[in-house]
Design a binder for this molecule. Sequence first.
Ligand SMILES: CC(C)(COP(=O)(O)OP(=O)(O)OC[C@H]1O[C@@H](n2cnc3c(N)ncnc32)[C@H](O)[C@@H]1OP(=O)(O)O)[C@@H](O)C(=O)NCCC(=O)NCCS
Length: 203
Amino acid sequence: MTNEVARAVDMVQTGGASDSADPADQADQADQADGPQVVIRRLREDDQDALLAFGAALPKDDWLYLDVELQLPATVARLVNAVEARNWRQVVALDGSRIVGYANVRQLPGWKQHVGDIVLVVGEGYRRHGVGTALAEAVIDAARELPVSKLILEIVEEQLAGRLIFKRLGFRLEGLLEDHAVDYLGNSRNLVLLSHHLAAVDR
Ligand SMILES: CC(C)(COP(=O)(O)OP(=O)(O)OC[C@H]1O[C@@H](n2cnc3c(N)ncnc32)[C@H](O)[C@@H]1OP(=O)(O)O)[C@@H](O)C(=O)NCCC(=O)NCCS
């Protein structure tokens, strides 16, 4: 594990027991209520099977909201192969060895090369415990390693939780893209464009 990756490791205070050997972690966790203990770290090459299992378990409803087809083995293979890619940063949330959340930021090509595009998804059984917020914070942090000065997120208009998370983290509504996505059922959907400028001092 590089220093860079080690900095990205974080604990989400969602409760439950941990197998951490660090006594400070154990003391913190002693007070926590019941619930999953989730660790956030960078995606690794050996995560392919775990990411495949995560993607396969996503409810079909999520496919309506996601721009990344995590349910497809080819997509998962492409993401895992990109762990060292210059223009990507990817983070996962784990409960033990199980991936329960995924986020990435990708530096766009061409004249948008100063822009990073974010994707975020949390497994159905792990929502509303702060995992989405922790992953969003981690991926924004990771984005600071990329040569980008602006972060964007395109979210289906109805996806209130995602909008709330990123607005709290400083993103603003930049626009509404009408009929900008067609979901797997063939329905047109409006997307909202959220954005955030990274201060030079942050990078
Ligand atoms: C969007 C998503 C990542 C949120 O993950 P999460 O782990 O539930 O997020 P958090 O627990 O950090 O919740 C953040 C806030 O959103 C709220 N929230 C979560 N789900 C909600 C829902 N369905 N409706 C309204 N508010 C919701 C939470 O209550 C929390 O607010 P609070 O702190 O005031 O309680 C998850 O719902 C998801 O993966 N959805 C499908 C994929 C998707 O739409 N991705 C695109 C969004 S970027």
